[in-house]
Design a protein around this ligand. Structure first.
Ligand code: HSE
Length: 432
């Protein structure tokens, strides 16, 4: 008797959608052996039905993904269109309302509407699966939701955007400018349709808000994430970090603190010896601290067609087996409202790069402002002026742990004192 098919409706045939169609064809026998069901893409929706040399023979083309979600004879709706609103959101709602399970890679949509969609899935008794939405091919969703279910998670920190990690790695190792590295990342299919989502830190923030919900059993609170991108990072910062024993990475950090849950995305200095610092190129890495398991780090390809399709395929295997789990690890009604921790109370070390007037007393004035706020300095590197103005020298310093408020106040005062010019560069240091 032929195996019962798993009828898939695939919306979106970009880098990931195309890779998924190829992967499903290549792994069909294995899929059948694992699940007893044979996966068939029976319907697809894309900008055009033109020949893409993809194995989609016999699949019905829908110009509108919402119509496909509403009408097609499918067992699962796979959403790989992207975007928080618009057709992706409308089509996913249409599928869930009809009781069709959904697999999506859409982190922006989940960050904005995840709770509403999870509730719809619960009402219909079907899955909303999204392993591919965070970490690309790195199975961090299943790890947090299932493998670490016996833990109280204290902290999740990681490199969650392949494009930014690729750019920072290339800038550092090849000493290439930011724009050249971004173009390369786009060419390789890592970047979002609008790459400001990547370099501005927003993609990382979407992913972090999803991880924070899973980690802390909390309602998604994307508005609570402080976001800074990598656009201001210069080759001088990367070189100074190197001199001081650090690397600069765009990290997303979600942590329980004494004053609530901290969620922040920003360029971060981390010790070169750490696993996160050694994660280069398009790789993502996530370190999870659980009370029982301790610290656990997952590293792997964070973007790109095949890697992301690998995560979508894993969700399809679960669905074919009939698994239905609450999207965020527990029913939406059981998720708590986490208290937001203010970034001003954040405590840690800081890297500061200043353009300092080269005259007696300048450094002493800076040191005085730091001392007034009980900020202790760990190291200082001064570089001879080589730029446009010999009257100024570049000074990079590292502080011991202090608060965000203290360092910002001290730097504002050094600007007022007239011993530095331009806005200082400030990068938080993270233990990793
Ligand atoms: N633009 C994203 C990245 C794709 O660079 O990581 C994967 O979500």
């Amino acid at each position: 008797m032929p195996d019962k098919p798993l009828k898939v409706g695939l919306a979106g045939l970009g880098t990931v959608g195309g890779a998924l169609a190829r992967l499903m064809a290549a792994r069909r026998d294995d899929f059948v052996a694992r699940t007893g069901r044979s996966p068939e893409i029976v319907a697809f929706s894309a900008r055009s039905d033109g020949d893409r040399a993809l194995p989609l023979e016999g699949a019905v083309f829908f110009a509108d993904p919402v119509t496909m979600a509403e009408k097609a004879d499918i067992d699962v709706f796979v959403e790989l269109i992207g975007g928080a609103e618009g057709p992706a959101y409308a089509a996913v709602k249409a599928a869930l309302a009809r009781g069709v399970p959904v697999v999506t890679a859409n982190k922006a949509m989940l960050a904005a509407h995840g709770l509403e969609l999870a509730e719809m899935a619960e009402r219909s008794g079907v899955s909303l699966a999204y392993e591919a939405a965070v970490g690309g091919g790195v199975p961090v969703i299943k790890t947090l939701r299932e493998a670490l279910a016996g833990n109280r998670i204290l902290r999740v920190s990681g490199i969650l955007n392949g494009t930014c990690n690729y750019i920072l790695s290339r800038m550092e190792t090849e000493r290439l400018p930011f724009d050249v590295c971004l173009k390369e990342a786009q060419r390789l299919g890592y970047a979002e349709a609008d790459p400001t989502f990547d370099v501005g830190g927003f993609d990382t923030a979407h992913k972090l808000s999803i991880l924070a919900s899973l980690a802390f059993g909390a309602r998604i609170d994307a508005g609570a994430v402080t976001v800074e991108g990598i656009e201001t990072i210069t080759l001088a910062d990367l070189a100074a970090a190197d001199d001081l024993g650090f690397r600069i990475k765009l990290l997303g950090v979600a942590a329980r603190t004494d004053h609530g849950v901290e969620q922040r995305v920003h360029p971060t200095m981390i010790a070169k010896s750490s696993a996160l610092a050694q994660t280069m190129g398009v790789l993502n890495a996530v370190t999870i601290d659980g009370d029982a398991v301790g610290a656990l780090t997952l590293i792997g390809p964070g973007a790109g067609g095949a890697a992301t399709a690998s995560a979508v395929a894993a969700d399809l295997v679960d669905l074919a087996r009939g698994a239905v789990a609450p999207a965020f690890g527990r029913p939406v009604g059981a998720l708590v409202e986490a208290e937001r921790a203010s970034l001003q109370r954040h405590e840690g070390g800081y890297y500061v790069r200043l353009s300092v007037l080269d005259k007696p007393g300048s450094l002493a004035a800076i040191a005085r402002r730091m001392a007034d706020r009980a900020i202790s300095m760990e190291s200082i590197v001064q570089k001879r002026a080589g730029g446009d103005d010999a009257a100024y020298v570049s000074v990079a310093l590292i502080t011991h742990a202090t608060t965000e408020t203290a360092i910002r106040e001290a730097l504002a005062l050094t600007l007022q004192d007239g011993v530095v010019r331009d806005k200082p560069q400030l990068i938080r240091i993270e233990r990793a």
